[in-house]
Design a protein around this ligand. Structure first.
Ligand code: SAM
Ligand code: SF4
Length: 330
C-alpha cells in the first residue's frame, strides 16, 4: 500500500503550502500603524527560536507540503547571523521570499542573488523624506531609496508595500502609480488593519474602491490582471506602464476562501491567521523532542474560514486580544 503524503489541510479543505516566519520582534523602525506608541514587551531571548530551531521547523513544514517560505518580522534583516539562516533555508528547495523595510538590504542583495531569492517586498509608505520620518520615527529614507534602486538594478522582483492612511499618504497614490510607468515593479496598496495597540479606526483607512477611483481618474485605462492562485491581492496595471499595482483589501473585500497561509512567530507559536487570537506552541514540543507532524496537522484544524471569525466586521474585543503586528510578523 502506498502511504498517503501528510499535508496541512484545514476543515475547509484548504491545503496550506505557504509559511511566513517571523525572525524577530525587534525592528530598526517604529512605524506608527505597526508598533504601538508605548512600545511592546520584547520577547525574552531564551523564548525566541534559535536559528537551528527555525531550520528544523521549516524543514518539518517543507516535509508537510509547504513550498513557499516568506521571512518577516519585526525586521528580519536585524536578526543576528541572518546570512547563515537564509543560506540554510535556501537548501530546502522551497521558494524563499522576504518582507523588509529595506534599510539593510545592501548588505544582503549579493547573497540573495547567489541563493536565488528574488522576491522582495519592501515597505515604503511614502516618497517624501519628511513624511517617512513622521511615519517611521527614524531617518533612513535616503538609504532605503538607494537600496530600492540597487535591488531593481539587480533584477530583483520588487513589490512596494504601502499601508494607506487618510491624511497621511493617501495623496501619494498616483505618485506611486507613476513609479510603475518605467520601473518594472509592483506597488501594493494595503488597507490599514487593526492589531493590538495600533489605534485602528476604519475612518483612517482607504478602501480598494477609493484607490481604484483615484487611479482611474488620473490614468484612465486600468487593466485587471489575472490573480495568481491563493493571491491575497487584486492585481492591476495601467495600460502601457512597465510595472503593475495591487490592492490588499483585507477590510473591504477579504481573500480568505483560498487561504493557504500559516504563520510562525519568532517565539515559535503557529498562528493560523493574521487575526488569530489562539496560537499553538511549536517551540516547546520541538525542544522536548516530541513528534511535530501531528501537532502541526491538528493545529490547522482550528482555523476559521475568514479573519479568525471576524467575517462581517472587525471587532475590537477580538483584535485587541491579538498581538501587535510587529510581534506577529506581517
Ligand atoms: N519590517 C518589515 C517590513 O516593514 O517590511 C517586515 C515586517 S512588517 C510587520 C510586514 C508588513 O506589514 C509591512 O509591509 C507593513 O507595512 C505591514 N503592516 C504593519 N502594520 C500594518 C497594519 N496595521 N495594517 C496593514 N499592514 C500593516
Ligand atoms: Fe518595523 Fe516593519 Fe513594523 Fe515598520 S512595519 S515598525 S519596519 S516591523
Amino acid at each position: 500500500m502506498i502511504e498517503e503524503k501528510k499535508q496541512i489541510v484545514d476543515n475547509f479543505g484548504r491545503k496550506h503550502t505557504y509559511l511566513r516566519i517571523s525572525l524577530t520582534d525587534r525592528c530598526n523602525l517604529r512605524c506608527f500603524y505597526c508598533m504601538p506608541e508605548e512600545g511592546i514587551e520584547l520577547m525574552e531571548k531564551e523564548n525566541i527560536m534559535s536559528l537551528e530551531e527555525i531550520i528544523k521547523l521549516a524543514t518539518k513544514f517543507r516535509d508537510l507540503g509547504v513550498d513557499t517560505i516568506r521571512l518577516t518580522g519585526g525586521e528580519p534583516l536585524v536578526r543576528k547571523n541572518f546570512g547563515y539562516l537564509v543560506e540554510e533555508l535556501a537548501k530546502l528547495g522551497v521558494t524563499l521570499k522576504i518582507t523588509t523595510n529595506g534599510i539593510m538590504l545592501d548588505k544582503y542583495l549579493d547573497l540573495f542573488q547567489k541563493i536565488g531569492l528574488k522576491k522582495i517586498n519592501l515597505s515604503l509608505d511614502t516618497l517624501n523624506k519628511a513624511k517617512s520620518v513622521f511615519i517611521t520615527k527614524r531617518d533612513y529614507f535616503d538609504r532605503i531609496m538607494k537600496n530600492l534602486e540597487k535591488a531593481l538594478e539587480m533584477d530583483m522582483q520588487v513589490k512596494l508595500n504601502i499601508v494607506l492612511i487618510k491624511g497621511v499618504n493617501d495623496n501619494e497614490i498616483n505618485d506611486f502609480i507613476e513609479l510603475t510607468r518605467y520601473k518594472n515593479l509592483t506597488v501594493k496598496f494595503i488597507e490599514f488593519m487593526p492589531f493590538k495597540g495600533n489605534k485602528w479606526d476604519w475612518s483612517k483607512g482607504v478602501s480598494e474602491k477609493e484607490i481604484l477611483d483615484i487611479v482611474s481618474e488620473k490614468f484612465g485605462n486600468i487593466e485587471e490582471l489575472k490573480n495568481p492562485k491563493h493571491s491575497t491581492s487584486n492585481n492591476f496595471k495601467v495600460k502601457g506602464h512597465a510595472g503593475s499595482f495591487a490592492i490588499v483589501s483585507t477590510i473591504t473585500n477579504p481573500f480568505c476562501s483560498e487561504c493557504n497561509r500559516i504563520r510562525l512567530t519568532a517565539d515559535g507559536k503557529m498562528k493560523n491567521c493574521l487575526f488569530a487570537n489562539s496560537e499553538t506552541d511549536l517551540l516547546t514540543p520541538l525542544r522536548n523532542g516530541e513528534e511535530m507532524d501531528p501537532i502541526i496537522i491538528n493545529a490547522i484544524k482550528s482555523k476559521k474560514y475568514s479573519r479568525d471569525g471576524m467575517d462581517v466586521k472587525m471587532d475590537p474585543e477580538h483584535y485587541e486580544k491579538n498581538r501587535s503586528m510587529i510581534s506577529i510578523g506581517g
